[in-house]
Ligand binder design. Structure first.
Ligand code: F6P
Length: 328
């Protein structure tokens, strides 16, 4: 393990942006400066490292960003960094710049890149979980998840107004390529009739039967939240399948898309970002390497990158049942 004294930290955001990344950047920068460390921002994630796109960061560089969505450091999914030649250039750039350690903020792809880089060069890197997907093991919540939920709720509440007025059944697609965390929590919070997630099988006939039952009881409109990665397809596809077996419903589809990634971070995300950003600097100073910082039951914990990306973080399936009962 690399035991060089850390004097200069490099900081980057990578992968999909998430609300709260700026609050995390601010926390890392200000804590590093408090500890008299030098701190450089790297623009556009690992691509910026390869292209030597560095900026020097001072306390004022991060003024007035705590409330802003996106990331002032910009972000990218780097193809070049997946290759040994790309990582070799990145390492040379770090040496040239005199950077002793990195803080990387992102999701699965970001940490997989960090794992490869550490394997190649034994370089000190710690990570912060920045993704709306909440699909990282080793943290109850990722930075951006709570804000995305609130954005979705705002949209679904509005769609509910028109669904109720026009007696329609809405399929609302939310993000989540591989996991249903976003769909599950937003669906429960929005009072959806059904929540369709990749982790559980979706039976169209079943939904049709239950809808008929609901409509016979009292309902005349409904909301079905669909995770984009549901194994039966996205909202368009599933709505199409339902129309075939239940043409009597007046169905509409709304795909919320990238609106879910933007906007001012919620208080929950700002507190999480601030705490983990601060802790990341001390983790590096205390010799941590190859770990993601997360918050589990209000405690800061460190999880090796390989566990963070491949450890099993399960959705709470009980919430599906609860949501269904609460929607009768
Ligand atoms: O990983 C975050 C995420 O927002 C996913 O939920 C979504 O599937 C994906 O990014 C969208 O990526 P892009 O911005 O490349 O369209």
């Amino acid at each position: 393990m690399n035991v060089k004294k850390i004097r200069h930290i490099g900081l980057l955001t990578s992968g999909g942006d998430s609300p709260g990344m700026n609050a995390a950047i601010r926390a890392v920068v200000r804590t590093a400066i408090f500890e008299n460390l030098e701190i450089s921002g790297i623009i556009r994630g690992y691509d910026g490292l390869i292209n030597k796109d560095f900026i020097s960061l001072g306390p004022q560089s991060v003024s007035n960003i705590i409330h802003r969505g996106g990331t002032i450091l910009k972000t990218a999914r780097s193809e070049a960094f997946r290759k040994p030649e790309g990582r070799q250039k990145a390492y040379a750039a770090l040496l040239e710049q005199g950077i002793d350690a990195l803080v990387v903020i992102g999701g699965n792809g970001t940490f997989r890149g960090a794992i490869d880089f550490i394997n190649d060069y034994d370089f000190p890197i710690v990570g912060l979980p920045g993704t709306i997907d909440n699909d990282l093991f080793g943290t109850d919540r990722t930075i951006g998840f709570d804000t995305a939920l609130n954005t979705i709720l705002d949209a679904v509440d509005k769609i509910r107004d028109t669904a109720t007025s026009c007696d329609r059944l809405f399929f609302i697609e939310v993000m989540g390529r591989d996991t249903g965390f976003i769909a599950l929590q937003s669906g429960l919070a929005a009072g959806a009739e059904f929540i369709l997630v990749p982790e559980t099988p979706t039976y169209i006939e079943n939904i049709s039967r239950l809808l008929d039952h609901d409509w016979r009881q009292s309902k005349s409109s409904g909301i079905i939240i669909v995770a984009e990665g549901d194994e039966e397809g996205g909202a368009e596809e599933i709505a199409g399948k339902l129309r075939k077996v239940a043409p009597h419903y007046d169905t509409r589809v709304s795909i919320l898309g990238h609106i879910q990634r933007g906007g001012a971070p919620s208080a929950v995300d700002r507190v999480l970002a601030g705490t983990l950003g601060y802790e990341a600097v001390y983790a590096l100073l205390n010799g941590a390497q190859g770990v993601m910082l997360g918050m589990v039951r209000e405690e800061v914990v460190m999880t090796p990158f390989h566990q963070a990306v491949s450890g099993k973080k399960n959705i709470n399936r009980n919430l599906l049942e609860i949501a269904r009962i609460l929607a009768i």
